[in-house]
Ligand binder design. Structure first.
Ligand SMILES: [Cu+2]
Length: 153
């Protein structure tokens, strides 16, 4: 292969490369973070994680420069109340996608460094070693529920 051919292959690869928050095997769609009420220091992030590979994977760690900590949580119905608990990981079986959404899995962002604005960058780490950075827009709750219910005025 001569240099020109190598460059051509590189250019084609860059043109077809998936969006920023995909590594070709794991793809993250529709990320968003709930706007924290003014003065509070906790919020949650949501997204859909798709595993495009033929091997199962697991989200094992998350981080955000916007907060002191980010942990993986699940909201569960217990008796007749909702409760959240920390989980070690979220399984994403091969060829499937898992939704992090209000009332279910979410990333709990605790110790916010201030009121979050516009967007935050989430870092996701998978058992396979894959690491993905995701830019998640900050949505306030009414906007967030419009988005999740696809309601139009
Ligand atoms: Cu939580």
């Amino acid at each position: 292969m001569n240099v020109r051919r190598v460059l051509l292959v590189l250019v084609v690869f860059l043109l077809v490369a998936p969006p920023a928050w995909s590594n070709g095997e794991i793809s993250v769609k529709d990320p968003w973070v709930r706007q924290n009420p003014p003065g509070t220091s906790v919020t949650a992030a949501y997204m859909v994680i798709e595993n495009l590979s033929s091997a199962g994977d697991e989200l094992v760690e998350a981080g955000c420069s916007c907060s002191a900590s980010a942990s993986i949580h699940v909201t569960e119905m217990r008796e007749d109340s909702m409760a959240m608990k920390k989980v070690a990981s979220i399984e994403v079986p091969a060829g499937t996608s898992v939704a992090l959404s209000p009332g279910g899995y979410h990333l709990m962002l605790e110790g916010l460094s201030g009121d979050i604005k516009e967007s935050v960058i989430l870092e996701l780490k998978f058992r396979s070693g894959a690491r993905i950075s995701v830019t998640a827009p900050v949505l306030d709750p009414p906007e967030a529920s419009r988005r999740s219910h696809h309601h139009h005025h």
